[in-house]
Design a binder for this molecule. Sequence first.
Ligand code: PAN
Ligand code: ZN
Length: 194
Amino acid sequence: MEKLKNLKSMAIRFNLDDGLSPDRKSIKRMLSAMEGMYLDNEKLKEMLKDGDIVVYEFYNMGLPEDSGELGFGTTILYPGKIGEEYYFTKGHFHSILETAEIYYCIKGNGYLLMESPEGDVELQELKPGVSVYVPKRYAHRSINISDKEPLISFFAYRADGGHDYKTIKTKGFRKLVVERNGKPELIDNPKWKA
Ligand code: PAN
Ligand code: ZN
């Protein structure tokens, strides 16, 4: 029994219906924190007049940021659109660019949009039971294309990878997923800055 103490294992519960954990507090990304990230920022501002809302929430287990550790948790991305753009997560590169990541979709429907600094774009559909491997060097963003269900995924990556949000915030992704004629479409981002 003594030895068990040193294993420092942990069991964290994530609810399969709502993606939330009763064991940890989630980080909530409000609509107000997404200012300037969607194409139609005027629409976002208009929506904010009716009050702030949670666009997505996710977990940070607070593990030491050591190369041997893993950061993991769920992301719950709620359904909605701003203009013709579906709700998405901010998206980021990892500070250690050579960091890969695993996503495993539990619920909902959407996409994982990925982009390398050289401009290679990858798009993978997320639906329950699908695991997506995000290669090292690729920025990544979740997009929820459902109009009613949250998109829930589990993720894991090296805990010292860090997050670089600045590049995406200032340049954006080269591509966007928008709804046209009731269907998702991948388009060039007219606001993308080289
Ligand atoms: C995920 C994301 C999470 C929230 O845990 O951090 O989905 O998205 P943003 O971080 O882009 O706001 C992950 O990819 N971690 O590395
Ligand atoms: Zn990541």
